[in-house]
Design a protein around this ligand. Structure first.
Ligand code: MF3
Ligand code: CO
Ligand code: CO
Length: 270
C-alpha cells in the first residue's frame, strides 16, 4: 500500500475521532529490514538458550550465554546499562513477574523462568521473551505457561490493519480470567525498533475498538504477564528492578514482536 493511501486512510479515522499513530510509528521498508536483522540475532539467541538452559545452571550463566552470543553476532544487548540495569537480559523465576536480574540463583527442577532478550543491531532493536520449564514442572505451572502462551497468541491474532490496540487486551484478559488467572497492567507491550520502548503502550487488559489505530508498518510487542493469584505486583526495594507478585503467586510471560502488514501481521521475534 502506498504511503499516501495509508496517510489518507489514517486521516479518515482521525476525522471520526479515533486515536491514530504519528507517522514516525510507521516504519519505513528500510527500518523494517533493519529490525528484521536484529530479530534474527535475537531469535537465534533465545534458541541457543532453549538448548542450554537446565537445572543446576545459574541465571548469571544464562546471561553470559546471551552476552557472548549477541556480541559475537555483532549486536549489543539492549538491557545492559539501560537505566542502569546491570545485566544483558532479564531472567524472572516463579513469582518474579519481570525484570529479574541474573545472579547466583541456581535453577532447580520445577522452576518456571522467563528469559527476556533484546538485541540492538545496526541501531535497530528486537525484543522477545520465552518461558522455560526446568526439569519436572507441576501441572499447575505447566498450565500457567501454556495458557500464557495462548494469551499471547490470541493477542497476536487480534493484530491487523485498521483494528485497534485495545483489541489485543480484549483478546487476552477475558481468556486469562476464564482460566482463573489475573493480568498485570503496570507493564505492557510497546512500540519497538528504532528505540527500545516507543509508543504505543500495549495494555494486556483492555476493551475492543479502543486505543490507537493499527496501521501497516507499525511494530510493537505483545508481552502478557499472567498471574495465578492476584494481579498486584511490587518492585524489589533492594534492586529497584525485579517485579514480584504481591501475593507470592506464580507469574508467566511470553513476548513476541509483531509487524502490522497490509493483510494482517507478521511475527518478527519469538
Ligand atoms: N525487555 C523488557 C521489555 O520487554 C525490558 C527490560 S528493561 C531492563 O520491554 F532494563 F530491565 F532490561
Ligand atoms: Co522484552
Ligand atoms: Co518488551
Amino acid at each position: 500500500m502506498d504511503i499516501e493511501v495509508i496517510k489518507a486512510k489514517i486521516a479518515e479515522f482521525k476525522a471520526k475521532g479515533c486515536e491514530v499513530p504519528d507517522m514516525d510509528m510507521i516504519k519505513t521498508p528500510e527500518q523494517i529490514e533493519g529490525i528484521r536483522a536484529a530479530a534474527k540475532i535475537n531469535n537465534a539467541c533465545l534458541d541457543l538458550i532453549a538448548q542450554k538452559i537446565k537445572a543446576g545452571m545459574t541465571t548469571e550463566e544464562i546471561d553470559a550465554l546471551a552476552y557472548d552470543f549477541i556480541t559475537k553476532s555483532g549486536g549489543i544487548p539492549a538491557c545492559l546499562g539501560f537505566y542502569g540495569f546491570p545485566k544483558s537480559i532479564c531472567t524472572s523465576v516463579n513469582d518474579q513477574v519481570c525484570h529479574g536480574i541474573p545472579d547466583k540463583t541456581v535453577l532447580k527442577s520445577g522452576d518456571i523462568v522467563n528469559v527476556d532478550v533484546t538485541t540492538i543491531y545496526n541501531g535497530y532493536y528486537a525484543d522477545a521473551s520465552r518461558m522455560f520449564m526446568i526439569g519436572k514442572v507441576s501441572k499447575p505451572n505447566q498450565d500457567l505457561v501454556a495458557i500464557t502462551k495462548e494469551c499471547m497468541r490470541r493477542g497476536v491474532e487480534a493484530c491487523k490493519p485498521w483494528a485497534f490496540i485495545g483489541d489485543i487486551g480484549a483478546a487476552i484478559a477475558p481468556f486469562a480470567r476464564k482460566h482463573g488467572y489475573s493480568v498485570v497492567t503496570e507493564f505492557g507491550g510497546h512500540g519497538v525498533g528504532v528505540d527500545f520502548h516507543e509508543e504505543p503502550f500495549v495494555c494486556h487488559d483492555s476493551k475492543k475498538n479502543t486505543g490507537m489505530l493499527m496501521v501497516p508498518g507499525m511494530i510493537f510487542t505483545i508481552e502478557p504477564m499472567i498471574n495465578t493469584g492476584k494481579r498486584e505486583v511490587y518492585v524489589d526495594a533492594g534492586n529497584d528492578w525485579t517485579v514480584y507478585t504481591q501475593d507470592g503467586g506464580m507469574s508467566a510471560q511470553w513476548e513476541y514482536t509483531v509487524l502490522i502488514t497490509e493483510t494482517g501481521n507478521e511475527v518478527l521475534t519469538y
